[in-house]
Design a protein around this ligand. Structure first.
Ligand SMILES: [Zn+2]
Length: 309
């Protein structure tokens, strides 16, 4: 998520015309179906992917919405769902897992339960718990590089922490495409909001994907990303630019996060000010850890930041 003013450097594609509940085949053996949960953080809604034919895997069942569950089950009528894979435990992606598992008996694969990227500061829990699916538990936990095999399909699990600590992307080997979840999306930058998210992890996960061979990504929201490694390079440059803007502001003197948001995010949509503050906090955690920026105590949303020395 970002502002129009700050996203000119990334070739976003904001066109996406799939109707909720409609099944669409987008690559050999890859179908998608859109949940009806549009919003400023979800774009047109969450995408659920169906992989294979006859015996299938479902990636990201989506929100706990009976209509989306019914549409997903309709899409696989006459087929057997053997696997459910989850990219991460935000409420628009994973809560549909339990009812889908109950309906199909499929085995659930994911990196793990929802968790913060670092220990919480005092008073931090309540504000930031909102997006996490605390109830989610996979049947099988995945580590980076694990292969999940079904009848006619296989996935490589690619640990991509940053948006959440447990984010996994999945390379669908038979079609040579990558299901990128919320880590890389074509319509917007990704929210990296502490304590769920961590900027240093996110940047390392981007660098990891930039080195991979897959050229087409299918994300959790919005359309396919073509020439994906080049797009990932744009995302990396965008974050370096954001970091430079923050440092430029601090060269003028110490500042708190609201002041930095006003200086860096020109023309920001008022609904996104809170998220922008958390994004700056994510940069601050990274900059303080690297010794580039100083603050008193642990980096906090209420803290004051300055260049050291
Ligand atoms: Zn998410």
């Amino acid at each position: 998520m970002t502002t129009v003013a700050m996203s000119d450097d990334i070739p976003f594609d904001k066109t996406f015309a799939l109707a909720p509940g409609t099944v669409e085949e987008v690559a050999p053996g890859l179908r998608r179906i859109l949940a009806d949960n549009p919003g400023p953080f979800t774009f047109k809604g969450t995408l659920t992917y169906i992989v294979g034919r006859g015996e299938v895997a479902i990636v990201d069942p989506g929100p706990n919405d009976p209509r989306h569950l019914a549409a997903t089950l309709d899409a696989v009528r006459g087929e057997t769902v053997t696997h459910i894979l989850v990219t991460h435990t935000h409420r628009d992606h994973s809560p549909g897992t339990a009812p889908l598992k109950a309906a199909t008996g499929a085995t659930v694969y994911a990196e793990g339960a929802h968790r913060a990227a670092r220990p919480l500061h005092t008073g931090e829990t309540a504000r930031l718990d909102a997006g996490g699916d605390q109830a989610f538990r996979p049947d099988v936990t995945l580590a980076d590089g694990d292969i999940v095999r079904g009848n006619g399909f296989s996935f490589e699990a690619i640990a991509t922490p940053g948006h959440t600590a447990n984010h996994m992307a999945y390379a669908y080997k038979e079609a040579d495409v990558l299901l990128s979840g919320d880590h890389v999306m074509g319509w917007s930058t990704t929210i990296v909001a502490p304590p769920d998210g961590a900027m240093s992890d996110y940047m390392a996960s981007l660098a990891k994907l930039a080195r991979r061979p897959e050229t087409t990504y299918f994300p959790g929201h919005g359309g396919a990303i073509r020439e994906a490694p080049r797009f990932v390079e744009h995302l990396i440059r965008h974050r370096h630019g954001r970091e430079a803007s923050i440092l430029h502001r601090l060269e003028k003197g110490a500042a708190d996060i609201p002041t930095i948001v006003r200086a860096v995010y020109i023309g920001l949509d008022a609904r996104l000010i809170g998220a922008a503050g958390l994004s700056v906090l994510a940069h601050m955690e990274d900059l303080v850890a690297r010794g580039v920026v100083a603050t008193d105590g642990p980096p906090a949303i209420t803290g004051t930041y300055r260049l050291p020395g």
